[in-house]
Design a protein around this ligand. Structure first.
Ligand SMILES: NC(=O)c1ccc[n+]([C@@H]2O[C@H](COP(=O)([O-])OP(=O)(O)OC[C@H]3O[C@@H](n4cnc5c(N)ncnc54)[C@H](OP(=O)(O)O)[C@@H]3O)[C@@H](O)[C@H]2O)c1
Length: 295
């Protein structure tokens, strides 16, 4: 089976390239090889590679910058997935795509499930929702995995930022009223590989199986914490004594609004595919182990 992977230089794309390679022939692209803001390039590259499965890990993820760069966010997060899924349909291929907790406004009291209405509060969330909608409406076999609070040992993320700031500053202030599940990109990649393996790695069989199971699935680590809880657990585990003071979201204003509740229920994924991620704290420890003592 041939997989075309986008976003290979990103947190998730890097992990996917590594994790999917034993399962299939993976042709992976970074922005230089395939610029998703260029519709002609998408069609050209997909038609040249002729994959049975497209895995789209690329995205415009600069949540705050998106507020003033909505055209770029829409090109990559809304228009590009629409073209990717159209090209997949043309080839008789399937698409795996990733989306975000930011499609929700964060006002729900409990965990969001896939049937909850989306209501994004910012440009990034709206652009990602448009991408989801284009894929869902296409009729092409697809799986959309919504995740949240993604970190990894490389790239730009909350975990690496906290480790750096804890060394640079005498104390940290971190918001304590936003809740979610910190999710290691490797775990998302491994869950994706398990789902693909369960769908079968036979080129035609997988497209049919994905078609039968098509839809949106929530995919985050188990458990729930606040940004502050995550930072405290992280520094404790990393052996850093820098105090972390809890503050309210209103004390740390940012251009884009954040959902206060990002908790996603992953029961549908477990029921359909038998796949569930470990709790956020054990994954965090594994990731710290990967980063090593120099952290
Ligand atoms: N990060 C999170 O906390 C989070 C939370 C929820 C959902 N998600 C979703 O999870 C998925 C993976 O995110 P991630 O954390 O791996 O993001 P990431 O580390 O920012 O990686 C995204 C990748 O997309 C690439 N990209 C951006 N614009 C592009 C373009 N025009 N053409 C081609 N590639 C382009 C970036 O390339 P450059 O390196 O050149 O910029 C980057 O390598 C995305 O769908 C994201 O929306 C992420």
């Amino acid at each position: 089976m041939k997989i075309l992977l986008t976003g290979r230089a990103g947190q998730l794309g890097w992990e996917l390239q590594r994790t999917l390679s034993p399962l299939a022939e993976v042709t992976a692209f970074d922005r230089v090889g395939l610029d998703l803001a260029d519709p002609g390039a998408i069609a050209r590259v997909v038609r040249a590679v002729k994959p049975q499965l497209i895995v789209n890990a690329a995205a415009y993820t600069a949540v705050d910058r998106a507020e003033t760069e909505s055209e770029s966010a829409h090109a990559v997060n809304a228009a590009a997935p629409e073209i990717l899924v159209r090209e997949a349909g043309r080839l008789g291929a399937a698409l795996i795509h990733y989306s975000t907790d930011y499609v929700f406004d964060g006002n729900k009291a409990g965990a969001y499930d896939e049937s909850d209405a989306a209501n994004p509060a910012g440009v990034y969330g709206r652009s990602k929702l448009l991408g989801e909608q284009a894929i869902s409406a296409s009729g092409v076999p697809h799986l959309i995995f919504r995740t949240g609070w993604v970190y990894s040992a490389r790239g730009r993320n909350f975990l690496l930022t906290m480790l750096r700031l804890a060394r640079e500053q005498a104390e940290l202030k971190v918001v304590a009223d936003q809740f979610g599940a910190p999710t290691w990109a490797r775990m998302i990649a491994e869950a994706t590989a398990q789902v693909i393996a369960r769908c079968g790695t036979d080129a035609n069989g997988i497209v049919e199986t994905i078609h039968g199971q098509r839809g949106i699935y929530h995919l985050t680590a188990a458990g729930r914490t606040s940004r502050h809880g995550f930072a405290e657990a992280l520094l404790r585990e990393a052996g850093l004594a820098t105090p972390v003071h809890p503050i309210a979201t209103s004390g740390y204003p940012l251009p884009a609004p954040r959902p206060m509740n990002s908790e996603l229920s992953c029961l549908k994924l477990a029921a359909r595919f038998g796949v569930a991620l470990p709790d956020w704290e054990s994954s965090m420890r594994l990731c710290l182990g990967e980063i090593g003592p120099g952290r």
